[in-house]
Design a protein. Structure first.
Length: 450
């Protein structure tokens, strides 16, 4: 067996110091919002339970919550057609997160600050960073809330609504890594509307962001991204935030269902899916940026009842390529005027264009064992990066997983899964070496939250 080694990623000390300073500043600001009597009483520990975080309160003034989790994991990738290299195995800390959240109810403000100490992205690649979430909420009414800053967006597929430590299977579906922008910087508006006196609810969302993914240090490219989502809950609200978590740990006593549709449009996108600003740039004859527009449609549902969970998601993407593109910017900053297959086909071939859906279901037994299955399918456009032989070019994923929950919530669990992948002709391994045969992926992961 060939063990693939990865160089360790160091965490800049200056960034950690800045994060600690920001945490102390947030605490001081919230404390300053409280009145004199509350300050005299002093803050204290309200509660602690594994997985739910440590909650500190200053009665009637503010609340501060510290939480986090780690996920050690091992993964093995193997092409069933064989080859001299054999299987590729890697051991890693999949996620190591620390979160600080606080609120001042009287002033109707709150915040969230989350770090990813491994430096990897939500989908496990190396394009991530230390900072995940950093946003402030203003509760305009009891149900209407406005957020400003960097956070997960409401216009991705439903699985992105769920925290990584509460996932039904070991890892998110391939649908997420192919199409999701995951986190963006901008304005996020959400509401909850009860329809009359019934248990029917609507959850509308509106998003306006820079369209360039996480925090951009080198300057924004292109225009803005506008999107929205509408969720319908015909059977009432989920218990204990079950709408935003994976397996039905709460064991809903009555059926719960949410059906949603989301759409977003990015004017001038400078990456494959709106996740890495400036990674793909084009120019016109005047050396001005000319970038393609990118639209994304999501339709999904989530159903839970007495330990049973079913999730369905469909994503469709499309693009509009401007007709004045005459140059492309290479990775070294130089420009070229050659476009293999023509400008339109070349630009599209570097974007995630096509359709995909994910269906998964599972049952969590009362003694804490969960059996889950997933099927994910993709259909790439004629010109699309989804046909890339090394990373994609794989139309079907079949996954079977088993989980053992050690606490009556998501705080401690052990998960394993086996995924069979159909590979189309022309597929490669991670080093770019052509491979024959389909692919097998085995994952084992533990989660410990505090």
């Amino acid at each position: 067996m060939h063990i693939r080694r990865h160089e360790p990623r160091s965490t800049p000390r200056g960034v950690l110091r800045a994060a600690a300073a920001a945490s102390l500043l947030a605490l001081a600001l919230l404390a300053g919002l409280s009145d004199g009597d509350a300050r005299a009483a002093g803050p204290g520990v309200e509660r602690y339970y594994p997985g739910e975080g440590l909650v500190l309160t200053d009665p009637g003034a503010y609340t501060l919550k510290l939480s986090g989790y780690i996920q050690p994991a091992v993964e093995t990738y193997d092409f069933l057609g064989g080859g001299p290299d054999g299987a590729n195995t890697r051991f890693r800390l999949r996620r190591g997160r620390l979160s600080l959240a606080g609120s001042a109810p009287r002033q109707r403000v709150s915040f969230r600050f989350q770090l990813e100490l491994t430096g990897r992205s939500e989908t496990g690649d190396e394009s991530g960073g230390l900072l995940l979430d950093a946003f402030v909420n203003w509760r305009i009414t009891d149900t209407l809330q406005l957020s400003f800053g960097q956070r997960s967006t409401y216009t991705d597929n439903r699985e992105l609504f769920m925290s990584s430590d509460s996932l039904q299977l070991v890892e998110r579906s391939r649908l997420t890594s192919l199409f999701a922008s995951i986190r963006e910087f901008g304005l996020f508006l959400q509401d909850r509307i009860r329809l009359g006196t019934s248990q029917h609810y609507l959850r509308p969302y509106l998003v306006l962001t820079n369209g360039d993914g996480p925090n951009v240090f080198s300057g924004d490219h292109g225009g803005l991204k506008l999107g929205g989502r509408l969720d319908w809950l015909p059977l009432g609200l989920f218990y204990s935030q079950g709408q935003f978590r994976g397996a039905d740990v709460a064991r809903e006593l009555v059926p719960r269902l949410v059906i949603g549709v989301a759409y977003s449009y990015n004017w001038g996108m400078s990456s494959r899916r709106g996740r890495e600003s400036g990674s793909i740039l084009y120019l016109n004859d005047d050396d001005e940026e000319s970038l393609p527009d990118y639209g994304k449609l999501c339709v999904d549902f989530l159903f839970k009842y007495q330990g049973f969970t079913a999730l369905g998601e469909l994503v469709y993407t499309h693009a509009t390529v401007p007709d004045d593109i005459t140059q492309r910017v290479r990775t070294d900053g130089t420009t070229a005027t050659s476009f293999e297959g023509g400008v339109d086909a070349y630009v599209r071939s570097r974007m995630m264009l096509g359709m995909g859906f994910n269906l998964q279901a599972g049952y969590l037994f009362p003694f804490g064992t969960s059996i889950d299955a997933r099927f994910t399918h993709f259909e790439a456009d004629t010109d699309s990066f989804l046909t890339n032989g090394t990373f994609y070019n794989r139309p079907n994923y079949y996954t079977l997983g088993v989980s053992q929950y050690l606490f009556p919530n998501y705080s401690a669990k052990i998960q394993a899964s086996v995924t069979y992948v159909d590979t189309d002709p022309g597929s490669n391994d991670f080093s770019g070496t052509p491979k024959d045969g389909d692919e097998l992926i085995v994952r084992v992961q533990s989660t410990l939250s505090f």
